[in-house]
Design a protein around this ligand. Sequence first.
Ligand SMILES: [Zn+2]
Length: 311
Amino acid sequence: MLHTVCYNITLDRDNRKGAAVLNLTRCVIAVALLAILVATQPAFAAISIVAAENFYGDVAQQLAGPNTTVSSILSNPDQDPHMFEVSPSIARSISTATIVVYNGADYDPWMVKLLSAARSANRKVIIVADLVHRRAGDNPHIWYDPATMPAYAKALTAALMERDLPHKPDYELRLQNFLASLRPQELKIAELRTKFAGTDVTATEPVFGYMAAALGFKMHNERFQAAIMNNTEPGASDVVSFERDLKDRRVQILLYNSQATGAAAQRMVRIAQQAKIPVIGVTETQPSGTTFQGWMMGQLNAIDQALSNRS
Ligand SMILES: [Zn+2]
């Protein structure tokens, strides 16, 4: 627009003085408009994503462009996310973010409070649980559901393209690459399901629940797991059934969440070890130095090995 209007001034100047003045005015207005546009759209060059959990941050890093900064709030695999408390620096990072991602389904209720305390008209918020129709009361560890990351990746890519339209093809390509990178995991799940569907397993916390269901496992002791997750004491009869499962070897593996290490959970690990039931460590925060894909594959391979080498 700027180019056309200013170019017309030179054409008109020879013909009619009035038209030249009119076009000069238009030119000034166009320059002013352009200046306002540039001033009000810095988000184009600097998209900042804040993810409440580091696996959503990792996937964001894989999907976003070079002009994007990504930071994650929960990133310590030695901490229990269900006990997390917010610091002022976290509140500040959220108030300036372009795109905010959090799990939802009551896993990270502190995010809801942070967002309402730092309102922003231009911020896009992605609640991953909403994308896969999970809500408070459901098992909140939804990133272990194989359907979740593809849904999140698509929603995030749409949000990125909306803010940076000129790079749409780049975002589309990165999305396709990401979805393709999940293929080995999908094949592994199908393979394990064929080999081990119907296997009885148990866990100290429901962190691996959706993946266990995808593998066709029969999960024992879910009430005990919910109590550990909510940092409450498991019921006496739930403790008894859990111990019996282990001592009588009614389950083939114990999935142990190393981020929820209360006495009740640790006791089950000891009993499992005495009964020679493989204990497989799973975490709910992505360990540093891994990718989401590598993290998931590592856990699936550990399960494959434990079940294949059963005595
Ligand atoms: Zn958990």
